[in-house]
Design a protein around this ligand. Sequence first.
Ligand code: FAD
Length: 501
Amino acid sequence: MAMQRVVIVGGGTAGWMTAAALAKLLPGQCDVRLVESEAIGIVGVGEATLPHIRAFNERLGIDEADFMAATRATFKLGIEFENWGRIGDSYIHPFGTFGPGMGEVDFHQFWLRLRQQGMDVPDLDRFSMACTMARMNRFALPSRDPRQLNSTFGYAYQFDATLYAPYLRAIAEKMGARRTEGRIVTVHRDGESGDVTSVELESGEKIEGDLFVDCSGFVSLLLDKTLSEPFEDWSKWLLNDRATAMPCRTEGAVTPFTGVIAMPFGWRWRIPLQHRTGNGYVYSSQFLSDEDAATALIGAVEGERIAEPRVLRFKAGRRRRSWVNNCVGVGLASGFLEPLESTSIYLIQAAITALLELFPEKQISPVDRDEFNRLIDLEYDRIRDFLILHYHATERTDTPYWDYVRTMRIPDTLAEKMELFRRRGRVVKYREGVFLDASWVAVYLGQRVIPEGHDLRADPPSAESLVAGMQKLAADIQGLAGGMEDHAAYLRRYCPMKDAA
Ligand code: FAD
């Protein structure tokens, strides 16, 4: 079989994740070239991830402790949301489950039933290993034995986004990927098919390919600028179009979770790394100026700032199709959803996984291309609904921003999901993909979407036996988490950052 010449346009996180995966996982089947321009640079934010990244790194043969040391990473057990339902509220969206179900009935249904009967049962987060560890600032790697309580949580990383791409670059180049430095000034297309045939650099060099991967970031050089693929704008639901980012020194504990604090006109992130804490205010320019956002952020962060606030602009939505002709968009070139649930790197990974599965032999098949687009649409649509839930399920009335999101018309797909949960705590099941039941339950309950009823199959066990079982479970979780090491101590032992070792 002839080798597919793959040209990756862009060397940010998306570009180097794609290059490393193709070079490593399709050896001998594609010739990988990557073009990037240091003068243009990369976005360089994006510090919080989802647990799926571990599988990606594992497939590339990455040693976890080495990767964490190199990217100055910390562990992430979930996200703490503050002030979302009401000012003063706090809940954690954990990676992992809330207690074991019985048969086909989820744990939260039994818990709901007891609460609805007025029984005294602990809050739901007491049945989550990840929540309990996060609140106690503890960490240990999960057990691989599914019978063990400490197998019931997952984890991801918080890392320095500017260090992940170079780390992957070394892997990709070792596997034969070739990098070219330079700015692409012209994209050449076949007059008949419209396919891209080559990219031409400022230097005059032309790089030809069979398949092009657009990882050019917000500029979307191939999908937008060359192929004019329309952008589906979701900003009527996801208003935020700016972020101002500013790192500071870490003050207090290095928490094994990302902080997401609702603000008057958006929200701010707090992401502890080994060497600093990342902060940013994500907001809507309709309601807040860049200057006021920067002032609010400076006033809110706990530690001494180590750089001035930097403004980034974006729009929520995605290209109607991510794979058009012989160009596949990966990363910001194909779409953007705000980093509230740390989904961008996950979306990059999902696109790479789909591309690997559907990687063309010599000819690109329209069926494969359609399937790729279907899979990516599904991922984007689900994440979109999940994000909108955070805004819509609020009781905040303190600013016009919160008034708008609380009262806006939401997509029918989300309205149906919320109605199902409100009636009987039912969560729409996904067989695969991101944000399974526990995630939805955490956000619904955390933001005061309280079911009126419960699944009738949760009724047979006696209330006394359920309460006793739950109290024991909460105590076991507390005991297990309490015996774990402090998160910062764990990092110092397991993966101290390289220049501090
Ligand atoms: P970029 O980093 O912009 O890379 C684009 C590449 O294309 C660069 O190498 C550039 O040089 C090259 N390029 C462009 N034009 C040309 C040209 N003409 N010629 C040659 N080369 C060219 N994601 C998460 O998962 N978690 C987070 O917590 C998170 N937080 C975020 C916060 C903010 C405020 C923003 C804006 C994004 C955040 N993201 C987050 C998203 C994350 O930053 C991106 O998904 C990730 O960095 C991938 O970017 P990229 O590689 O697609 O684009």
